[in-house]
Ligand binder design. Structure first.
Ligand code: E4P
Length: 221
């Protein structure tokens, strides 16, 4: 399963990229807005740091604007995936861009039918937002199971990019289902790294070593 980071924060991107954890990045207008500053610089920088796919989202809601913006977004890097919303114009743009060889991520997907249609339009990725479904009392992960089954039945090549992830259990469940990608807020990836027994274990190793050193002051490894 690929791991993308769902952020426009350069510090977090560098931090997790240096650990070799990142296969790509997803951004959206809200995430760019949260960082402030000039979004162009941020998008350019992200595309330089990350070798894998970087999803950058269009702002236009109509077809020709999406195509224009999609092509402009591609100037930021060869690894740019154009993110379009799950609307009729979004799917039309998805079809055009995909047939020109420009990869597309169809975002704001909340039903299996929407995912099916995005795949039919040639999307490289479909982004179901599971946390937002959980927020309104629906079962976000059930949507991933349904999409996985539909895509497998018909051998669609579109990848399931699980989005709007809220906690590490979402990641485990998505991996068990066999989702292709999870896109994670930095805080969730941080939590995945941690375990209290790791911290206690390390503390004990170091204090035991100090005891050994008391009797052998010059010992080194
Ligand atoms: C995906 O590409 C989106 O950026 C994202 O996962 C949205 O998640 P949210 O519901 O936390 O805003």
């Amino acid at each position: 399963m690929k791991i993308f980071l769902d952020t426009a924060n350069l510090e977090s991107i560098k931090k997790f990229n240096d650990m070799g954890l990142l296969d790509g990045i997803t951004t959206n207008p809200s995430l760019l807005s949260k960082e402030g500053g000039n979004p162009k610089n941020a998008m350019e920088e992200i595309c330089k740091i990350i070798k894998g796919d970087v999803s950058l989202e269009v702002l236009s809601t109509e077809y020709s604007g999406m195509i224009e913006e999609g092509k402009r977004l591609r100037q930021y890097g060869k690894n740019v995936v154009v993110k379009v919303p799950m609307t009729p114009d979004g799917l039309k743009a998805c079809k055009s861009l995909s047939s020109e060889g420009i990869p597309v991520n169809v975002t704001l997907v909340f039903s299996p039918n929407q995912a099916l249609l995005a795949a039919k339009s040639g999307a490289k990725y479909v982004s179901p937002f599971i946390g937002r479904l959980d927020d309104i009392g629906q079962d976000g992960m059930h949507l991933i199971k349904e999409i996985k089954q539909i895509f497998s039945n018909y051998d669609f090549k579109t990848q399931i990019l699980v989005a709007s992830i809220r906690h590490p259990i979402h990641v485990i469940d998505a991996a068990k289902i066999g989702a292709d990608v999870v896109t994670l807020p930095p805080a969730v990836l941080d939590k995945m790294l941690q375990h209290p027994l790791t911290d206690i274990g390390l503390e004990n190793f170091l204090s035991d070593w100090e005891k050994l050193k008391a009797g052998n002051p010059d010992v080194k490894i």
